[in-house]
Design a protein around this ligand. Structure first.
Ligand code: OGA
Ligand code: NI
Length: 356
């Protein structure tokens, strides 16, 4: 039997639960006490760094400052916001509008795209196939851009009218930004400018995909999470957070820090593959999403991943006597199976790669 053919239980759309007006969260979504959102510890008014990429277009001093800022952010936080990133505010607005439109279509139209754990492409409401798992308070839509061989426009929403076209343009533009970030991060690691891109298999071979997350209003937001604590399994994530509603939190030490998105900025985070390649010089940091009773929330997570069949291990330049090789190499297609099977589980997976 292949546990990845179908979901282990009938799928319930969180949006439908939310819109049913029930005053309580069903048990399936109630997190154990230790995982429930609590207020951040008082005095922890921290925020993730903001990096202005404008400097890259100017002279040497501007470039150096931007590279230093990315370097510090990837070492200390694994997360930062980027401004002056080159993706137009108009495209961002249209992309959000198209996807809000999708999630507000009648349920029957969305159901035509219902996904399965085989590829996860389409309209989904859970990560992981563990029977009886406690679920997250969110629905999503997942689609592939690259490699071209697995991109399937028929699995993208045909409604709203412009959704496919706008999403394609959005994917192209954000992938370009990822190319820039990969170069800046390579230099920040003290490596050749093309190091990370080459390790990923080259610009033409990387995998890119999008998960649009939709977090409906929740009657008891203190009992559940929109997305449980996890690190992103891939290379690099570029998140477009909701422009009206907060919800993303990032782990800093043992405190959860709320992200306050700058208008039209992207939130960038290091994924597990870059932690592995950098031998943990850069960190993929745990993050989670809180929900609320007043407003729904929409976010777009663009994932930039290595070619799926390349074994990735720490760069030899970053393995020294003082800093031995921390991880065993693994291909991304193999690595990704863990979250696809177990759902979001903190940093358990990257820890399991530690060389014995
Ligand atoms: C993700 C993620 C955060 C958010 O999709 O991996 O962490 O704010 N999303 O939706
Ligand atoms: Ni994430």
């Amino acid at each position: 039997m292949d546990c990845f053919q179908e979901w282990p239980e009938p799928i319930v759309r969180v949006q439908a639960l939310s819109e049913s007006g029930a005053g309580v969260v069903p048990d399936r979504y109630v997190k154990p006490l230790s995982e429930r959102p609590r207020d951040a510890a008082p005095g922890k008014e921290l925020s993730i760094p903001i990096v202005d990429l404008d400097g890259l277009a100017g002279g040497a001093a501007g470039c150096r400052a931007a590279i230093q800022a990315v370097s510090d952010a990837c070492r200390e936080w694994g997360f930062f916001q980027v401004v002056n990133h080159g993706v137009s505010a108009e495209l961002i607005r249209k992309t959000r509008e198209a996807w809000r439109g999708f999630f507000h279509l009648p349920m029957a139209e969305k159901q035509a795209y219902a996904n399965s754990p085989k590829t996860y492409e389409g309209y989904g409401s859970r990560l992981g196939v563990e029977k009886g798992a406690i679920l997250d308070w969110g629905d999503y839509f997942f689609l592939h851009f690259r490699p071209g061989s697995i991109k399937n426009l028929n699995k993208w929403p045909s409604q709203p009218d412009s959704c496919r076209e706008i999403t394609e343009e959005y994917g192209r533009e954000v992938a370009k930004l990822c190319g820039v970030l990969m170069r800046v991060m390579s230099i920040s690691l003290g490596l050749d400018v093309e190091f990370l891109q080459t390790a990923f298999g080259g610009e033409e071979e990387v995998g890119t995909c999008l998960r649009v997350n939709y977090y409906p209003k929740c009657p008891q937001p203190d009992l559940t999470l929109g997305l449980s604590a996890h690190s992103d399994p891939g290379g690099l994530t570029v998140l477009l957070a909701d422009d009206r509603v907060k919800g993303l939190q990032v782990l800093k030490g043992d405190a959860w820090v709320t992200v306050h998105p700058v208008p039209n900025a992207f939130i960038v985070n290091v994924g597990d593959q870059i932690q592995v390649l950098s031998n943990a010089v850069f960190k993929s940091v745990e993050h989670r999403v809180l929900v609320n009773a007043e407003q729904e929330r929409l976010s777009l997570a663009f994932f930039y991943n290595p070619k799926s069949d390349l074994p990735l291990g720490p760069a030899k330049e970053l393995v020294t006597l003082e800093r031995p090789q921390l991880y065993q190499p693994m291909t991304f297609s193999e690595y990704r199976l863990y979250i696809r099977k177990n759902g979001p589980k903190g940093k358990a997976q990257v820890e399991s790669l530690k060389a014995k």
